[in-house]
Write a protein that binds this ligand. Sequence first.
Ligand code: MG
Ligand code: FE
Length: 172
Amino acid sequence: MALSDTKAGSHYLTGLRNAHAVEMEALEIMSRQVERLTHYPEMEARLRQHIDETKGQQERLAALLERHGTDSSTFKDAVQVVMGNIAAIGHSMAGDEILKNSFANYAFESFEIAAYQSLIAMARHVGDQSAIGALEQNLREEIAMQEWLAQQIEPTTLKFLSLEEQGVDAKN
Ligand code: MG
Ligand code: FE
C-alpha cells in the first residue's frame, strides 16, 4: 500500500513537501542577507555555511519524496520563494536590519526544528524507518544554527550600537 493511501501517510508526504518549500524560503532569505551584510563577517560566514547545509537538506528531502514517488511541489516552492523575498525586503528597510534579521533567523530555525521533530514522529508512525536518519541530520543542523544565532544576539546588538555610536551606518 502506498503512503498516500493512508491518512497518516498523506499528512507525512505533505509534511515532506512543505519542508522542501520551507528550505526554499530559507535559501532565499539567507541569500538576500549575505548579499547585503558588510559589517558582520562572522554572521555572513555562518549564513553561507547554513546556505550550503540548506541545499543538502533540500536534496535529502527531494530524495525522500522521490523514493515515495512524489515530486517536491513546484508551486509550494515558488510561493515560499516569494515569501522569503518579501520578508528580506521588509527587513532591509529597517534602520536596525541586522537585529530584525537576527530575531527572524532565530524564529525561522525554531520553526524548522519543530517541523523536523514532527516529521520524525510521522516517519516513525508510518514506519518509514529509512527516512529517519536524513530527517535527524536536518534537525541537527537546524539546532546547531539556532544555538549559534542565540549566542550572537547580545554581541551583535552591542556591536551594532557601538558602530552606530561611532557614526557608522551599521544596519547590515
Ligand atoms: Mg533548514
Ligand atoms: Fe535552517
